[in-house]
Design a protein around this ligand. Structure first.
Ligand code: 13P
Length: 253
């Protein structure tokens, strides 16, 4: 299915079991009417995925993804889930290289590249997350860090699959801190990301890849972030856990 911009994505991280997931959607769906001028994606925990699918049956405007995959299709990888399994369960999207995976669980850029390839092979849309730490920003290395994280994937990404790629720029210092990048900071990094996509795929194909912003997005700052140049959507953490707040984030501006 096509990905219509803006993309409004909710990363629940390790929050909401199956019961809380069903409760969330009962409330959220009553507040949010289907709209074909945007794409809503939810990333519940893997164990709550079936509950999310059941709760959103009959609402094709609500699309689902998983927060992580392993790059192998199956095998002795205790605790992991694979891309084909996620696709079979009804996932269309997968987060890859979230900063919490990179910084708390030691995921390398080489691993993110393998996960992106596995996602594509299984027909999932990878949402590749990139972003610099505060130290990297202070050292003037914000753009270089993001460039390296993107390079690791774009070098081998097939140019004819740009319709199945989403990038999320999430500055680590803005995640869960209440600190948001200014629309100008976001626009500057998003322009650099777009330029790098254009180097890899050409300007026309680069333009179709949604580049999302994430990091302390809230109902009261989403409009100005979405209005920034090259910001094609948002990836919301904490604020997406509340059905009324998230409905406000997803409401037409
Ligand atoms: P917060 O919105 O809680 O800052 O989290 C952002 C994020 O990491 C989304 O993936």
């Amino acid at each position: 299915m096509a990905i219509v911009k803006p993309v409004l994505a909710a990363n629940w991280k390790m929050n909401k079991g199956p019961a809380a997931t069903a409760e969330f959607f009962a409330d959220f769906l009553a507040r949010h009417q289907p709209a074909d001028d945007r794409t809503l994606v939810f990333f519940p925990p893997a164990l709550s995925f079936a509950a999310a699918r059941e709760a959103t049956a009959g609402r094709p405007d609500i699309r689902l993804g998983v927060q992580n995959i392993h790059w192998e299709r199956s095998g002795a990888f205790t605790g992991e889930i694979s891309a084909p399994m996620a696709a079979e369960a009804g996932a269309e999207f997968v987060l890859v290289g979230h900063s919490e995976r990179r910084h708390l669980f030691g995921e390398t850029s080489e691993e993110t590249a393998r996960k992106v390839a596995a996602a594509l092979a299984a027909g999932l849309v990878p949402v590749l997350c990139v972003g610099e730490t505060l130290d990297e920003r202070r050292a003037g290395r914000a753009e270089a860090t993001v460039r390296e994280q993107l390079d690791a994937v774009l070098g081998t990404y097939p140019a004819d699959r740009t319709d199945s790629l989403v990038i999320a720029y999430e500055p680590v210092w803005a995640i869960g801190t209440g600190e948001t990048a200014t629309p100008q900071d976001a626009a500057a990094m998003h322009a650099a990301i777009r330029a790098q996509l254009a180097e890899a795929f050409g300007a026309e194909r680069a333009a179709e890849v949604p580049v999302l912003y994430g990091g302390s997005v809230k109902p009261d700052n989403v409009a100005e972030l979405l209005a920034a140049a090259n910001v094609d959507g948002v990836l919301v953490g904490g604020a997406s856990l509340d059905p009324s707040g998230h409905a406000a984030i997803c409401a037409p501006g």
